[in-house]
Design a protein around this ligand. Sequence first.
Ligand code: SAM
Length: 289
Amino acid sequence: MEIPKLLNTEISDVAATSLLTLYCHALESQSKDTILDDPLAVEITDKLNPELSQSDNKFYQSLAKGKVEKKLVVHIAMRAKRYDDYVRNFLERSHHGIVVNIGCGLDPRFHRIDNGKVIFYDLDFPEVIAVKKKLLPETDRYRFIPSSVLNYEWMEAITQLNPDSLLFLAEGVLMYLQEEEVKSLVLKLQSTFPGCELIAEFFKAAWLKQPLQGIMNRKLQRDLHLGNDATFKFGIRDSKDLEGWNPGIEFLDDWFYLDEPENKLGLLRVLKDIPFFRKIQWTARYKLN
Ligand SMILES: C[S@@+](CC[C@H](N)C(=O)[O-])C[C@H]1O[C@@H](n2cnc3c(N)ncnc32)[C@H](O)[C@@H]1O
């Protein structure tokens, strides 16, 4: 199959998922009683639309037409808002806070949360950062790291700053990695940046087994038209699982989007009382001591 291009850059199936979240942010921003107000996401999608609509890639075409399932748009916008709030809260607690957004995609989060002081790193595959650079300028405080998160050399740039408070975000990313990769990454963050905070989204391990996995893959590939490599590979049973990976990994709290009193969730809110549905994909916060 032909590798899709974006602004003349070839991007992989996993990297292309960054378009889905960006379009969800833009679509929600333009809706009534918006959950997430992100004019920059709208501006970026306006720039990408002509290229996506002319592509013969079905996923690109449906994005350009704004055809994304409403409940997915709401979920992704709620998630982005929640992560923005996590960052704001971290910045209020720290005077010289540094944030690293792992698997940032095309999300312009820095511009939503900038407090005039934060140093904010956007990390993603070189191809995603190449596209992002054409859309958003780097500055002294908004920096790009074009690297796989698994190539640990990227950590050197952060170590050199000798940060006293550091927050790592991994929103919608870890599920695309293998379990050994996630474990190794978390342990490497812990040993390199003791005392840092990690906020990451997790997928329920039970959904990685058949028949649930089949349902999930059909959703990703047939309904959303994502490429074949954009599949979930990593999951956990419970937020506390990570504490068993190494002493010093401390679970702080977690967040389930169905628990939010958000009217746009509609009938989905009924599912919050059924643990099996409430906990398919959720976010947890850790201190890595
Ligand atoms: C679903 S998108 C989420 C983007 C963004 N965090 C958001 O929520 O809008 C997943 C992102 O993870 C990135 N990603 C996946 N594996 C990665 C890796 N090994 N290193 C760096 N980025 C990765 C992809 O390129 C993609 O941009």
